[in-house]
Design a protein around this ligand. Structure first.
Ligand code: PHE
Length: 343
């Protein structure tokens, strides 16, 4: 039996040595080590008929033979796999002279991004920083810090989405949530705008969305007054809608400014004559603004005796709709190609 093992070993090793491809190696593996008819397997089965003394000697030899065959086989498999991989990758080739396929379609910015970029450029040219703030905001920064304490009726105007189990966290209703954050971080004097997404729990229609964009502005310096605010805002609307556009400010209550106003421009669709969009008034509301309330400055760590400021908040979606004559706010975030391809 020892002789037989020796013979199998030498014939197996030389057969493995001669194999030229993986398919033949697999056939050989079956022939030698196959469970049913493998030569070595058959011989190993015979071990059980030997006496225990013979088993010890022959068993040891059989094991050595098996291991030698298996390791030669594994080595060969690795070698052949490498060879076949190199061969197959040589077949793939790149024709560098082939001309490129024409681009069928090219992407572009969303209209909201177009208007946002234009406004950012304008504000940067006026010395403003462009800041960011979290969309998942604390109750404190969204409401309390901007002079809307718990139970204040102004909270009813901006219902939103709260986080279950974390009642102090909500989706921000306004970019005004970044006012106090910015004051705490940059102190006075400061000029900053904050473009960003806000959320409101309201049913949608052609003019209202649960997800909307705003651009907040904050200016704090010595001796800031109402005329400074009006001059900046006038510059913005003229830049966006043309030099002939007129701006009017009318009193409006916002808890974080005093006095507060809403800003209206002459209707860009009928040039102030009166139409369906401006409800025959000739004017369109596009922002809220005012001089920053001393409580808010205080919350931001700024001494309201030394510094004054103004803040404003544009509805970015509204600006986009007016700029491009869009009468349905919901198409802006619909992802509809028919709409988007027009820009
Ligand atoms: N945050 C206000 C809103 O969402 C707009 C605003 C900003 C008003 C800044 C005044 C000053 O309606």
């Amino acid at each position: 039996m020892l002789e037989q093992f020796k013979k199998i070993k030498s014939s197996a090793l030389s057969a493995i040595h001669l194999v030229k491809n993986l398919a033949d190696l697999e056939v050989l593996e079956n022939k030698l080590l196959g469970r049913k008819n493998g030569e070595l397997t058959g011989l190993l089965k015979g071990l059980k008929d030997l006496s225990s003394e013979e088993k010890r000697i022959v068993g040891q030899a059989a094991n050595d033979v098996k291991q030698a065959i298996e390791s030669a086989w594994a080595e060969k498999k690795l070698e052949l796999s490498r060879v076949e991989w190199v061969k197959s990758s040589e077949k793939e080739s790149v024709d560098v002279t082939q001309s490129a396929l024409p681009l069928s379609k090219c992407g572009h910015f969303h209209p909201i991004t177009l208007v946002k970029n234009k406004l950012e450029d304008l504000f940067i040219s006026m010395g403003f920083m462009v800041l960011d703030g979290p969309e998942l905001e604390s109750d404190y920064y969204n409401f309390t810090a901007v002079n809307i304490p718990a139970n204040h009726p102004a909270r009813d105007m901006q219902d939103t989405f709260y986080i279950k189990k974390h009642p102090n966290w909500l989706l921000r209703t306004q970019t005004s949530s970044v006012q106090v954050r910015a004051m705490q971080k940059y102190e006075a004097p400061m000029r900053a705008i904050v473009p960003g997404r806000c959320f409101r729990n309201e049913s949608t229609d052609a003019r209202h969305e649960h997800t909307l964009y705003q651009i907040e502005g904050v200016v704090i310096d010595h001796g800031i007054n109402f005329s400074n605010m009006k001059a900046v805002l006038e510059e913005v609307v003229k830049n966006l809608y043309g030099a002939e556009t007129k701006l009017r400010l009318r009193p409006k209550y916002y808890p974080f400014v005093e006095p507060g106003v809403n800003g209206e421009i002459t209707c860009v669709l009928c040039a102030g004559k009166g139409c369906r969009v401006c409800k025959q008034s000739g004017w369109l509301e596009i922002f809220g603004a005012g001089l920053i309330h001393p409580n808010v400055l205080k919350e931001g760590g700024i001494d309201s005796k030394k510094y004054q400021g103004f803040a404003f908040g544009f509805g970015l979606d509204r600006l986009v709709m007016l700029k491009y004559g869009i009468d349905e706010i919901r198409v802006l975030k619909s992802g509809e190609m028919k709409f988007l391809e027009q820009f």
